[in-house]
Design a protein around this ligand. Structure first.
Ligand code: TYD
Length: 211
C-alpha cells in the first residue's frame, strides 16, 4: 500500500515558497509520484467564500480574532474536502501554507499568542499536523523587495502590514522550527531559485524514502 505524506510550505510573503511549491510539484510529478499541490482555500467553494471576507480590502474593521477564526474555518473546510481525501488515497499532498501560517501571522504578527491560535487550529483540524513543514526563511526586507518588484502578484489587505509585522512572523517561524524540530526543515530562501529548488527536492525525497 502507498503511504501518504502531508507536506506544507511556509514562509513570509515574498519568500518564494509558492513558486518553489509549483516547481517541486512538476518535478515529482515527472518522476511519477502520485501527488497533489494545493493552497488554502484551494478551490473549495466554502473555503473560498470564507477567504474572500478575510482578504476584502473593504473589511478594514475585521477584528483580529475574527480573522484567526475565519482562517481556521477556511482551513477546516479545505482539509476535509480536499487534503484528507487525497491522503486517504495514499497520495503525497503538498500544501502552500497551513496551520503554521496562522501561528506566525495571527499568533505572533497580530499578537494573539501562538498557543491561543494553535488551540483553535487544533480544534479546526482535529490535531492534523503536517508530516513535514519546509520553512523558506528570508529577511523581511528581502521579501518585501521581491513583492514590490513583481507586478503579477496582487497586493492584498494583509500585504499592507508594516515590515515590523513580518519580522514578528519570521521570528515566530524560527521559534516554531525549534519547537517542532521533528517535522520542520529550514531552507535559506535568499539563495538562487535553482539552489532552493534542489535543496527542497532533496529534503522531500529523503522524507518519501524514509516513509
Ligand atoms: P496567500 O493567499 O497564501 O498568499 P501568498 O502567496 O503570499 O502565500 O496568503 C495571503 C495572505 O494571508 C498572506 O499575507 C499570508 C496571510 N495568511 C495569514 O495571515 N494567516 C493564515 O493562516 C494564512 C493561510 C495566510
Amino acid at each position: 500500500m502507498k503511504k501518504s505524506l502531508f507536506i506544507t510550505f511556509e514562509g513570509i510573503d515574498g519568500s518564494g515558497k509558492s513558486t518553489i511549491a509549483k516547481l517541486v510539484y512538476e518535478e515529482l510529478n515527472k518522476k511519477g509520484y502520485d501527488l497533489i499541490l494545493s493552497r488554502e482555500p484551494g478551490g473549495v467553494k466554502i473555503a473560498e467564500d470564507i477567504r474572500a471576507i478575510i482578504l476584502d480590502r473593504k473589511n478594514t474593521n475585521l477584528d483580529d480574532r475574527t480573522e484567526a477564526l475565519l482562517f481556521a474555518s477556511s482551513r477546516r473546510q479545505h482539509l476535509v474536502e480536499k487534503i484528507l481525501p487525497a491522503l486517504n488515497e495514499g497520495k503525497i499532498v503538498l500544501c502552500d501554507r497551513y496551520i503554521d501560517s496562522s501561528l506566525a501571522y495571527q499568533g505572533a504578527g497580530k499578537g494573539l499568542g501562538i498557543d491561543n491560535v494553535l488551540n483553535i487550529n487544533l480544534f479546526a483540524t482535529e490535531n492534523k499536523l503536517p508530516d513535514l513543514t519546509i520553512l523558506f526563511d528570508l529577511e523581511p526586507e528581502d521579501g518585501l523587495g521581491r513583492i514590490n518588484k513583481s507586478k503579477v502578484r496582487e497586493v492584498n489587505r494583509l500585504d499592507l502590514e508594516k515590515l515590523s509585522f513580518y519580522h514578528k512572523c519570521r521570528n515566530a517561524y524560527l521559534e516554531l522550527a525549534k519547537r517542532y524540530d521533528d517535522r520542520y526543515k529550514i531552507v535559506d530562501a535568499s539563495k538562487d531559485i535553482n539552489t532552493v529548488l534542489k535543496e527542497t527536492l532533496e529534503i522531500i525525497i529523503n522524507k518519501i524514502e524514509e516513509n
